[in-house]
Design a protein around this ligand. Structure first.
Ligand SMILES: Cc1cc2nc3c(=O)[nH]c(=O)nc-3n(C[C@H](O)[C@H](O)[C@H](O)COP(=O)(O)OP(=O)(O)OC[C@H]3O[C@@H](n4cnc5c(N)ncnc54)[C@H](O)[C@@H]3O)c2cc1C
Ligand SMILES: O=C(O)[C@@H]1CCCC=N1
Length: 386
């Protein structure tokens, strides 16, 4: 066992663990970031080149957090000297009275977020090569855009190390011994720290089993589909094509979303927000393609400038909670073990604000956001009144 006692050990170097480790090191905490795979890797949830950043949410509490997250992303860009955000706008579509569209519109308007309402008759002047479905309305969250995900991870891990943080990759955590000083074991050794943050994405429950608890998390595989432009440039980020999201059915999570052609020139990313359950260690055995059929129907109907068969399909994992809200909380038994989990397919954009919150929890500070939507106790069934 190393004789050094860290202030904090963070398990998992995805976006949430990398941000958390970074805020610890930036605040002069001796911090160790452990990652099971050699970095960079593509087996979890944070890989790939792009993610959407937006304020267009159905809940005010996410909007509040995003207001801070935009500022923290800009600070990170300055500190790293790397462009991490590109403004494209986000086109949100749905029936005026549909749950998703109307809730997003209300939140944006109530909070005076810069938004453009698009009239049907002028829709194609602004958004060419796109068919707005009959009966649907459209608005644009103008400050939304694309985050360069792989550059963000690399920048955070580099900044973390420049502040004295230690990364050990290829070191899978196989044991956790709680206590006032927590001991964490890997195949290569044992490490100790005053606090432990678990940001293990799809593997969260495997790690929590060492602490006698489990969360109601479900892991799904998402087919990340890229679609070829019939006329090169039609949906290109350089031609100011926006990101989009649209509710595609009665359920509020039946979202289809897209990002303009960027990382693979001539290919636009369009994905379905619902996947199929998988074991994270056997992701490639999950071969269901029903989401691709949903996407093909949508592309054929709404995006006539794309070939309606995906040209590239990659894989990525969601870790979902029952209500699709995050878990940001202390362990119910061990207050120096902090959990950041269940990012439910929408957590990347919040990375810096989540890293800051998990740092605050791990160092015993009052969190700078209201964490009641993210508490573990919300999963407990109400006790009988008898
Ligand atoms: C297809 C797709 C599209 C998405 N689009 C968006 C979007 O547009 N906008 C947005 O904001 N979000 C988006 N998301 C969601 C976002 O990417 C995730 O919420 C976020 O990446 C989750 O990060 P994480 O750090 O919690 O998990 P992960 O990235 O999975 O990181 C967890 C890490 O822990 C490591 N680990 C696990 N167990 C151990 C162990 N025992 N020992 C050591 N290390 C361990 C893993 O190897 C992994 O590296 C999308 C996700 C997917 C899959
Ligand atoms: O978080 C995001 O913006 C994306 C798109 C909408 C569905 C989930 N992820």
């Amino acid at each position: 066992m190393s004789s050094q006692i860290y202030d904090c050990i963070v398990i998992g170097a995805g976006i949430q663990g990398s941000c958390t480790a970074y805020y610890h090191a930036k605040n002069n905490k001796k911090t160790l970031l452990l990652e099971q795979f050699f970095l960079p890797h593509s087996r979890g949830s944070s890989h790939g080149q792009t993610r959407i950043i937006r304020k267009a949410y159905q809940q005010d509490f996410y909007l509040r957090m995003m207001e801070e997250s935009y500022k923290l992303w800009a600070e990170l860009e300055r500190d790293a000297g790397v462009q991490l955000y590109r403004c494209t706008g986000l086109l949100v579509m749905g029936p005026e009275d549909g749950q998703y569209y109307s809730a997003v519109k209300d939140v944006l308007q109530r909070n005076k977020v810069p938004t453009v309402m698009l009239k049907r008759e002028e829709f194609n002047q602004h958004i060419p090569n796109f068919n707005l479905v009959s009966g649907e309305n459209a608005l644009v969250d103008t400050s939304a855009g694309v985050l360069y995900a792989d550059k963000a991870l690399d920048s955070l891990q580099r900044l973390f190390q420049s502040h004295g943080g230690v990364i050990k990759d290829g070191e899978k955590v196989t044991g956790i011994k709680p206590g006032p000083v927590v001991t964490v074991t890997t195949a290569s050794g044992a490490y100790q720290a005053k606090s432990l943050v678990i940001t293990a994405g799809p593997w969260t429950n495997t790690l929590l089993s060492h602490t006698g608890m489990a969360l109601p998390l479900k892991v799904e595989k998402i087919n990340v589909c890229y679609w070829r432009e019939k006329v090169p440039g039609s949906y290109d980020v350089h031609n100011r094509f926006p990101c989009f999201s649209r509710q595609d059915g009665p359920e509020v999570d039946q979202i289809i979303y897209g990002l303009p052609s960027n990382e693979y020139p001539g290919l636009m990313k369009v994905c379905y927000h619902i996947g199929k359950e998988t074991d994270p260690d056997a992701r490639d055995n999950q071969t269901d393609q029903s989401d691709i059929q949903v996407l093909q129907r949508f592309v054929a109907r709404c995006m006539p400038g794309l070939v309606p068969v995906p040209a590239v399909v990659e894989s990525c994992l969601y870790t979902l909670t029952p209500d699709n809200h995050f878990v940001l909380d202390c362990h119910p038994t061990y207050s120096n073990i902090i959990i950041g989990a269940g990012f439910s397919g929408h957590g990347f954009k919040f990375g810096p604000v989540i890293g800051k919150i998990l740092y605050e929890l791990s160092t015993g500070q009052v969190p700078s956001h209201n964490l009641s939507p993210f508490k573990i106790t919300r999963f407990q069934t109400p006790k009988s009144a008898l």
